[in-house]
Design a protein around this ligand. Structure first.
Ligand code: TYM
Length: 327
């Protein structure tokens, strides 16, 4: 069986973009692959966190991902900070990653522009930690949204470099990016990706948003003056809504165009809102149960972390031995 690894940062609300770009695929892949998933809580402190809130966000994210359908009987799902090999391999890979490579990362450039008062070394070397996450488990495939593609390329380069310097050590992973949903855009500015840090809260749908808030945000979504539901260049707002509708209903773009033939944007936006509300309803119900059961959550993440440690130590030891360390 092929190995899948992916992770998400528990840095506040988890969005519809996270879900359609990544989480929905994680859930679907669990039956056919050996899946390993993590909350990337070491990555999260590259941006300053308030301790009590950070702790709540981690537990909320864990419960919410179980509610989305991550099943610890099929997959491993743990906190990155609970498995010490991640930080250890990250240090090693830092020494096999060039300053120039990290300088070219667009996420670093964006984040350092946005958090100009805290451009810390962790923010810069973030992709080396991400490479460690993936390479520790010899993952074949990494299901992510389009914004992580550049980090995946760097991971491949680091793996190939290490393999070339010593001998084959790491599996060189491929990104697994969905055809539809890989880049969900802000409902208020469809030229920007939907993001939890969007200044305009109306642009972003959180998985735990109340139905009335979801409906309101979709009804206010920015479209265009063409007044025709069709997928076309330059119709960023409509294209985005069609992408979301298609992802949650499984309908093709042709079917959607036929469904709304002769209808206005008002009807269309309400239909997209309703479809999203219905899709999220069972997730929100399960979340309400899981979030009450802290003991169960703890059992799940501790058991997964223990297994993940054993798997990842095999890779870490192999790496250290090749470099010349005395084990
Ligand atoms: P993060 O936490 O920013 O996002 C988690 C996943 O959601 C995807 N995503 C989106 N997909 C579609 N449309 C959007 N608007 C959208 N916004 C986010 C992301 O592509 C991602 O797949 N560095 C990673 C976390 C990470 C990781 C890893 C991922 C740490 N280690 C190892 C894969 C493998 C991140 O910050 O994702």
């Amino acid at each position: 069986k092929k190995v899948i690894f992916s992770a998400i940062q528990p840095s506040g609300t988890i969005t519809l973009g996270n879900y359609l770009g990544a989480l929905k695929n994680w859930v679907a892949l669990q039956d056919d692959f050996d899946c390993i998933f993590a909350l990337a809580d070491l990555h999260t402190i590259t941006v300053r966190q308030e301790p009590a809130k950070f702790r709540r966000n981690i537990l909320e994210a864990y419960a919410l991902l179980l509610a989305c359908g991550i099943d610890v009987n099929k997959s491993l799902f743990f906190m990155q900070s609970h498995v010490h090999t991640h930080a250890e391999l990250a240090w090693i890979l830092n020494c096999y990653t060039q300053f120039g490579e990290l300088s070219r990362m667009t996420q670093f450039k964006d984040k350092s522009a946005k958090h100009a008062d805290n451009i810390n070394a962790g923010l810069f070397t973030y992709p080396a930690l991400m490479a460690a996450d993936i390479l520790l488990y010899q993952a074949d495939l990494v299901p992510v949204g389009a914004d992580q593609k550049q980090h995946l390329e760097l991971t491949r380069n680091i793996a190939e470099r290490f393999n070339g310097l010593y001998s084959p050590t790491f599996v060189v992973p491929d990104a697994y990016i969905p055809k539809n949903g890989a880049r969900i855009m802000s409902l208020q500015d469809p030229t920007k990706k939907m993001s939890k840090s969007d200044e305009n809260a109306n642009g972003c749908i959180a998985l735990l948003d109340k139905p009335e808030d979801i409906m309101r945000k979709f009804k206010r979504a920015v479209t265009d003056s063409d007044a025709c539901v069709r997928y076309a260049e330059g119709k960023d707002g409509v294209n985005n809504l069609m992408g979301i509708y298609s992802a949650v209903t499984g309908r093709s773009f042709d079917e959607i165009e036929r469904e709304f033939d002769g209808k206005g944007y008002g009807d269309f936006k309400a239909a997209v809102g309703e479809a999203v509300v219905e899709h999220l309803r069972p997730i929100q119900e399960r979340y309400a149960d899981y979030s009450k059961n802290k003991d169960y959550l703890e059992q799940c993440y501790r058991a997964s972390a223990e297994k993940a440690l054993a798997i990842s130590l095999r890779t870490l030891r192999k790496v250290m031995k090749k470099i010349g360390y005395i084990l």
